[in-house]
Write a protein that binds this ligand. Structure first.
Ligand SMILES: NC(=O)c1ccc[n+]([C@@H]2O[C@H](COP(=O)([O-])OP(=O)(O)OC[C@H]3O[C@@H](n4cnc5c(N)ncnc54)[C@H](O)[C@@H]3O)[C@@H](O)[C@H]2O)c1
Length: 339
């Protein structure tokens, strides 16, 4: 039986507590939050778990094998470092930490202490995203020309990070998982409308080594909740609408073809192909449940998690480059190689 300590029970932490609590191989031994009201609420739901305001109680408990961190992002590094130094496996909520430098330190520490480091890139555990990857890998869409993602809603405003750091990690992790090419540069523009210095609307573009291109629009200031990704391929196009309860993925047999030979612009004719649309059946399971089980499995087997330190560091590299680009009016920012 694996004992888990969970820190942070605001909006997201309770979902981790609920899922770990439902898994047979583990026990949520201790729940930590500096907010006593949140702790009292957790105690009423999970009377079998100890509740504490001091994170050191978890760190110093030799019976706790693993820690899940669901605090605001600026606390991730400190809490993760303490946990790894105390010999505990960690699941950190996305994004892994506030900078590439912090991520590199955590990655090295986990490797040195032979501990599992996983980041909560929940969408990589979604059956829908797995199906999309399968469809793209099978070549059904042809060559991916570009990906566009929109993740918009009203709130939840964060105090320590802008909307790109809050919402775009989902899209970036999906795109990196699906595109088999290295990101080389990022452009990002945005605007802080509500809180000075914290952009609540951002438009990011990522350029890949193989000429792949992705755009990500993130907003906390939109009247509609939109969770949509479009994958435009040379043969077909796929739209993933995560708000749809059933038909989340629709594949359109549409494309534009240019003639192989033409001598004058007058002879140049596009040929538009309009075919059927179909929506594959995808069995839905809660991605967070699969993610929590994967964390336990990786601890047991020593396998590297799907959203391990390497993949999660790449997400933060893109976020950090987006912040540099934002400061420079949207200029292209190269993604540096990690030494
Ligand atoms: N995977 C997902 O889909 C998903 C969704 C939402 C949020 N998140 C991530 O979860 C994390 C938390 O986000 P949230 O929206 O729940 O934030 P939140 O502000 O609602 O909750 C954070 C909680 O952490 C507590 N806290 C802060 N510092 C602490 C400390 N030093 N010790 C103990 N407790 C402390 C706060 O009191 C609060 O209750 C973030 O990293 C966020 O990006 C992930």
């Amino acid at each position: 039986m694996l004992n888990i300590g969970i820190v942070g029970c605001g909006y997201w932490g309770p979902n981790l507590i609920r899922n770990f609590n439902a898994l047979k191989e583990c026990r949520v031994k201790t729940i930590c939050d500096i907010d006593k009201d949140r702790l009292a609420r957790m105690k009423s739901l999970y009377p079998g778990s100890e509740t504490v305001t001091d994170f050191d109680v978890i760190v110093n408990d030799p019976e706790i094998h693993a820690v899940a961190i669901a605090t605001p992002v600026h606390m991730h590094f400190e809490l993760a470092k303490k946990s790894l130094e105390a010999g505990k496996h960690i699941l950190i909520e996305k994004p892994m930490a506030s900078s590439v430098e912090e991520c590199v330190q955590l990655k090295k520490l986990a490797e040195k202490n032979k501990l599992t480091l996983m980041v909560g890139h929940t969408f990589l555990y979604s059956q829908t995203v797995r199906k999309i990857k399968e469809i793209i890998k099978a070549g059904d869409l042809g060559r991916i020309l570009y990906i566009s993602a929109r993740r918009l809603n009203l709130g939840l405003f964060q105090k320590d990070i802008n909307v790109a750091w809050d919402l775009a990690p989902h899209d970036i992790s999906i795109i990196l998982n699906i595109m088999e090419s290295e990101p080389v540069s990022v452009n990002c523009q945005g605007k802080a409308n509500v809180h000075e210095g914290i952009e609540d609307i951002t438009n990011m573009t990522i350029n890949f080594q193989d000429k792949g291109f992705a755009t990500i629009k993130s907003s906390w200031l939109d009247p509609n909740k939109i969770r949509e990704m479009t994958f435009v391929g040379s043969k077909r196009m796929l739209v993933y609408n995560d708000i749809e309860p059933n038909e989340k993925v629709k594949i359109y047999d549409k494309r534009v073809e240019t003639p192989p030979h033409y001598d004058t612009f007058g002879e140049f004719q596009h040929s538009y192909h309009y075919g059927d649309m179909y929506s594959p059946y995808i069995k839905q399971d809660e991605p967070l449940k699969i993610e929590c089980q994967h964390f336990l499995d990786c601890i047991k087997t020593g396998d590297t998690p799907i959203s391990g330190a390497e993949e999660s560091l790449r997400v933060v590299q893109i976020l950090e480059a987006s912040s540099t680009s934002l400061k420079n009016g949207g200029n292209k920012t190269e993604i540096k190689k990690i030494p």
